[in-house]
Design a protein around this ligand. Structure first.
Ligand SMILES: Cc1ncc(COP(=O)(O)O)c(C=O)c1O
Length: 388
């Protein structure tokens, strides 16, 4: 189908929730995508950090298709090998004790928030239910996770919100003021994605972890966007030397199929019991088999390569005239220029490069297996656009 035909159908039939870039992709190879007219684009977005091994990845595709040929879905009334194997891998890599699988980042966070409330309820009784998040954060679009999202622009029209959920600035004075006897959990993104690709201050994060530990407030790390190798470690919290009580992740773990995972550590291992939580599609065997393939390839050598690519890109980006700041960690990169990020993204698209934005930042989340040639092609376009 030609692009104009697709655009017409969208206009007539799809919910008007997205303001899209004027392009539709048909296929791809690694970090190169092809649109409906056959034009090539270098992909510095990876479907918002989802396609971490790019497009048409042979090994992932083979694993997914093999599982598809065996059984595509089983209800959670029954045991499932791919689910157990993936959970064991996640626990082995992180020290987590157990995992719950859902279908998205929002669901993973929803699970963590419910777990925090139940943990607190069982231990302290009613009333200790507050979830505290950080200003500038993004935790999802369900009502619970939207309430926790620390950006007012997402809140318009949807109140009343979930009670006992609020946000504070990322400094200890603000946290101490906002957190009270009724706080059961604090949720952070070590590198805020939607908020502007800003890595949290390591001193603050360490102090926050200590503050939480002393008060038996659960620390939740939302690793939906910054997790799964994106920052050069499996999870971004590893850069900070902290031990969260719950970790949520999604996006890249599925390699392109929908998954969400909530990892329970020591304190939260036994909190959820039969009947407390569930999901029809969560832990789907095809998705879990594919995720197992992805996770097995995010080994130490590969993560070192990610760090090397990050160093390479950051050094080149910092030298582009007009780039004022390069933020984030690893291959989660924010660029501040004097110009509108949206304008830059549109200009890049016209020249064959896909980039994302986060407020006034150009946001780069390339597939982790991007090649040097693809990086150089993308850099050349970015340079042209930013210097124009
Ligand atoms: C940090 C973070 N948490 C949660 C979410 C929500 O994930 P999903 O869109 O899969 O529900 C996102 C999505 O961008 C995110 O970046």
């Amino acid at each position: 189908m030609k692009f104009e035909e697709i655009r017409e159908k969208e206009k007539n039939y799809l919910a008007e929730t997205f303001s899209r870039f004027p392009v539709a992709f048909e296929r791809g190879e690694g970090a190169t995508l092809y649109d409906t007219e056959g034009r090539a684009y270098v992909d510095f977005g990876a479907g918002i950090s989802v396609n971490i091994f790019g497009v048409n990845d042979e090994a992932w595709k083979r694993t997914v298709c093999e599982q598809l040929g065996r059984i595509q879905h089983v209800s959670n009334y029954y045991y499932s090998e791919p689910q157990c194997v993936l959970a064991e891998m996640l626990c082995g890599r992180t020290g987590a004790k157990r995992v719950f699988f859902g279908n998205s980042g929002a669901e993973a966070n929803e699970c963590a928030f419910k777990t925090a409330r139940k943990y607190s309820f069982r231990k302290y009784g009613e009333g200790r239910a507050q979830i505290l998040s950080l200003a500038g954060s993004f935790h999802g679009r369900t009502l619970f996770t939207l309430t926790a999202t620390g950006q007012a622009e997402f809140h318009r029209y949807f109140d009343p919100f979930v009670p006992e959920v609020c946000s504070a600035e990322a400094d200890m004075a603000a946290i101490e003021e906002a957190a009270g006897k009724n706080t059961c959990a604090v949720v952070i993104e070590c590198v805020q994605g939607e908020g502007g690709v800003e890595a949290l201050d390591p001193v603050f994060v360490k102090e926050l972890a200590r503050f939480c530990r002393e008060r038996d407030i659960l620390l939740i790390c939302d690793e939906v966007q910054c997790g799964n190798g994106r920052t050069g470690k499996l999870f971004a919290y590893e850069h900070y030397g902290i031990q969260p009580d719950l970790v949520t992740t999604a996006k890249g773990l599925g390699g392109g199929l929908p998954i969400g995972a909530c990892l329970f550590f020591e304190k939260t291992e036994h909190v959820l019991q039969p009947g407390d939580h569930g999901s029809t599609f969560g832990g789907n065997p095809v998705v879990c088999a594919g995720a197992g393939n992805i996770l097995s390839r995010l080994d130490e050598n590969f993560l070192l390569e990610v760090q090397g690519k990050s160093d390479y890109l950051r050094a080149k980006l910092a030298k582009i005239e007009g780039v004022e700041r390069v933020t984030g960690i690893g291959l989660m990169i924010g660029l501040k220029t004097g110009r509108s990020a949206k304008e830059i993204a549109l200009e890049c698209l016209k020249r064959g490069l896909l980039v994302l934005t986060a407020h006034e930042y150009v946001r780069l989340l390339p597939p982790l297996n991007i090649t040097k040639r693809e990086m150089d092609e993308g850099l050349a376009i970015l340079r042209e656009v930013i210097q124009a």
